[in-house]
Design a protein around this ligand. Sequence first.
Ligand code: SF4
Length: 224
Amino acid sequence: MSMYHELMNIYYRMYEHFGPRHWWPADTPFEVVVGAILTQGVAWRNVEQAIRNLKQAGLLDLAAIARASHDELAGLIRPARYYNMKAKKLQAFCRYVMDNYGGSLERFFARDLWPLREELLGIYGIGQETADSILLYAAEKPIFVVDAYTKRIFSRLGMVDADIQYHQLQRFFMDHIPPDVELYNEYHAQIDAVGNRYCAAKRPSCGECPLRPLCAFSKGLTNA
Ligand code: SF4
């Protein structure tokens, strides 16, 4: 079986098990950006309350966040933890788009994938996973998002090394699965479901996992 077929076999097993996941849970591309920054290091449920607070205060808006006071913003996003740092990150992003693209996300996202990625990575507080989440889920560019779950699951499946680097893991998927925004969107969302529900770092729930028949770890063949 080619690597493409192996990866698609994994994808369909997850998809049949969980169904479509309708990612990203947001009403607008800007809300995706805000969620991608706020979710760093915390569970999604923490982010939801912070986004509700911003909405209620009329601050779920790029220009409004850019000119808000730090203290007001930090107070509203407190449920997402690390709120002082995240307030700075949100403002850095919004002020960058205000200063360089007249506040238009559409104009910013009209750039080509790789130059846009470089630009995102140059903004304070935007790391690779956040940049790629923004690129795929807000800008709808065909880039594969990888995260700690992806590394754990695919190393346990025996397909990559446990110490693989972010860019190598991303390359692994993009070398074998043709660029397709919808497929990349759903694939990452399915991996998140396996990681979140079954593939815990300690004592994974392999008995319920749709990937069990393919998994070297669950057969005791790897210690990943
Ligand atoms: S079978 Fe177990 S170790 Fe393998 S991916 Fe599923 S939960 Fe993780």
